[in-house]
Ligand binder design. Sequence first.
Ligand code: IPE
Ligand code: IPE
Ligand code: MG
Length: 238
Amino acid sequence: MDSQVPRHVGIIMDGNGRWARRQGRPASFGHRAGVRAIKRVLQACEDLGVHTLSIYAFSTENWTRPRAEVRALMRLFHETMQREIDEMHQRGVRIVVSGRREDLSPRMRERIEEAMERTRNNNNGVLNVCLNYGGRAEIVDAARRLIRDGVPAGEVDEAAISARMYEPELPDPDLIIRTAGEHRVSNFLLWQGAYAEMLVSETLWPDFGEEQLKAALIEYASRVRRFGGRPDVQAKVS
Ligand code: IPE
Ligand code: IPE
Ligand code: MG
């Protein structure tokens, strides 16, 4: 496999609100356009050889937004999941949803469980939807599981924590893209993204597509990942 192509890309899909506001429309208009961008980018991932795509759809902090916007977003997630599941399944995409599902409505949880169950054996690609997701909440939840599992303090190591993350079998993200020009992580994949390459795109999420993803992958291929070591020196010694 070409290591120049990231196996796992995470995207902080930002800029829906600004995109809508520029057109004098409510944020929900931008969120709808954002869903179309997800479809384009998922297709582009398949075409370009990116196996796993994690998308940040709703953070644990996004509940603080105006109620009407939160409600519109939840409705949109539910509707999209229902509408797209057949096609995703046909394309062999496995859908996973990461986040605190217990805070979502029962009908949303049903859709999520159905989608995950139906697509669990697909292996053409993985779409990890981070919904009511927070990196800190995920670490807290992992700590709770450690305690519940009765793991003694001396046996708590990185592997024990990693195994208790929401989707432990997914590889760590190689590349995290944030759209709409903001240079912050906003609680996304804090544990798994320890050594992810970061890339900020100025493009607002609803305008993001294959062209922008290709540009991001070209930039990624030019990066030297060191993981704290000196791979260049080692190469000379051996
Ligand atoms: C990202 O777009 C989508 C969600 C957080 C759900 P925003 O809605 O944050 O867009 P801006 O930042 O207001 O432009
Ligand atoms: C991050 O975007 C969350 C998602 C993309 C779902 P926000 O728009 O919520 O982040 P901040 O508030 O600008 O940090
Ligand atoms: Mg935002």
